[in-house]
Design a protein. Structure first.
Length: 399
């Protein structure tokens, strides 16, 4: 839902009711992950998607029915094998579970708080009870950094543990479900929370104002990074040359880097391959808790660079973090192709990909850690005539 914050905030301000269908669980192969949403408002407009094909059509119809009936939260579950998925529109097979909720902006002030923060790209999490006692299902709290929270799940102790779990996912920058068991002492029946997180865009720092940097800045922006291009040469480091960068900085790269507050999602790409720039810059970068550090250059340049970095005091462990020569082997020649090679390695490193061709049998969609809870009991069977395999249930306690 938070990925649609700007559009939903407009509905909230107009007090237009809407229904969200949010992915809460994925098993096997499926294209969207927990937190992805499809929204239908009272005017019939559709935002987002949860898979594509006739699955989205079925979800759209269910959302329309909920808008008309203003029912309480419901669960939809879609499950197919890979063999028959194409025929019904769930293009990747697997199983997805969604929570449908009717939202009335006039009586949900906490929702406006969450959407406002997310629309401004501020860190915020929404924790919603998606499975558990009827009195709690559908309730949500809004959590901000420092475990500041708005709203309630219906119990103060439950709010505290939910805020703690949500804060953990917010710090990790990921959405997902968490289970709270009776043994935890916070609830009388097991509960499952969906925690949707919005975190500021990760940063990509590109050092070296060259043509390859312009292409990489465009690729980084496409992938959702906040891109900075930095070079000490004012003649080359100009906004006109890097229209896709969020900022262009004229400064010595190592000095600029040392003044930044960075985190584990930060990507650093060094494209200068000039020893007087590379050595102090990489010495600083490889000692920072960032997610990725790569440097451009030939293999000969790389070996010479390693010698200089060792002389500067870097350890083998620190040097082991360096991706150099930067990028994956895709036969790149042009700046655009090289940017694609670098971006592919960045994504593979972040998500644990191998970089191997998918035809070799590597997983297409890596499986998220499944919930330990069982699926809810089904209270009505087939949802639509053309949607065999889709079930609906009340989001009650797991059996």
């Amino acid at each position: 839902m938070l990925e649609l914050a700007t559009e939903l905030l407009e509905r909230v301000r107009r007090r237009t009711p809407f229904v969200t269908a949010t992915v809460t669980r994925v098993d096997g192969s499926a294209p969207r992950q927990p937190g992805a949403s499809l929204v239908v408002d009272a005017d019939g407009a559709v935002l987002g998607n949860v898979s594509g094909g006739c699955v989205d059509s079925a979800v759209y119809q269910a959302c329309q029915e909920m808008l008309l009936g203003e029912r309480g939260p419901e669960v939809l579950r879609f499950g197919y094998t890979d063999d028959d998925a194409i025929g019904v529109g769930l293009t990747c097979g697997g199983t997805i579970e969604l929570l449908l909720r009717h939202h009335d902006p006039g009586v949900e002030p906490d929702l406006a708080v969450a959407l406002t923060d997310a629309a401004q790209d501020a860190p915020v999490a929404v924790a919603t009870v998606v499975c558990g006692p009827d009195a709690h299902v559908g309730r949500m709290i809004v959590v901000r950094p420092g475990r500041r929270r708005e709203g309630t799940l219906g119990d103060g102790r439950l709010d505290e543990v939910a805020a703690a779990r949500a804060t953990g996912l917010l710090h990790a920058g990921t959405s997902g479900t968490v289970d709270i068991g009776v043994a935890d002492g916070y609830c009388q029946e097991p509960m499952t929370l969906l925690v949707e997180c919005n975190t500021p865009a990760p940063r990509m720092l590109i050092f070296g104002a060259i043509d390859h940097a312009a292409a990489l800045a465009r690729m980084g922006a496409f992938l959702g990074y906040r891109v900075t291009v930095c070079d000490a040469r004012a003649t080359f480091a100009t906004p006109d040359r890097f229209p896709y960068a969020d900022e262009v900085v004229v400064d010595w790269p190592h000095r600029y880097l040392e003044a930044q507050r960075l985190d584990g999602n930060t990507v650093i790409c060094v494209l200068t391959h000039d020893p007087k720039v590379d050595v102090p810059l990489l010495t600083a970068a490889l000692r920072l808790p960032v997610g990725y550090v790569g440097a451009m250059g030939s293999r000969r340049t790389h070996e010479q660079r390693l010698t200089r970095l060792r002389e500067a005091g870097l350890t083998d462990r620190e040097l082991g973090r360096l991706h150099s020569p930067i990028g994956l082997d895709i036969g790149a020649r042009t700046p655009a192709e090289t940017a694609l090679s670098i971006a592919a390695e960045v994504v593979a490193h972040r998500l644990g990909g191998t970089g191997a061709p998918l035809r070799t049998g590597v997983p297409i969609h890596r499986r998220a850690a499944p919930s330990s809870a069982a699926l809810p009991s089904v209270w009505t069977a087939k949802h639509l005539d053309h949607s065999a395999g889709i079930t609906r249930s009340r989001p009650s306690s797991r059996s």
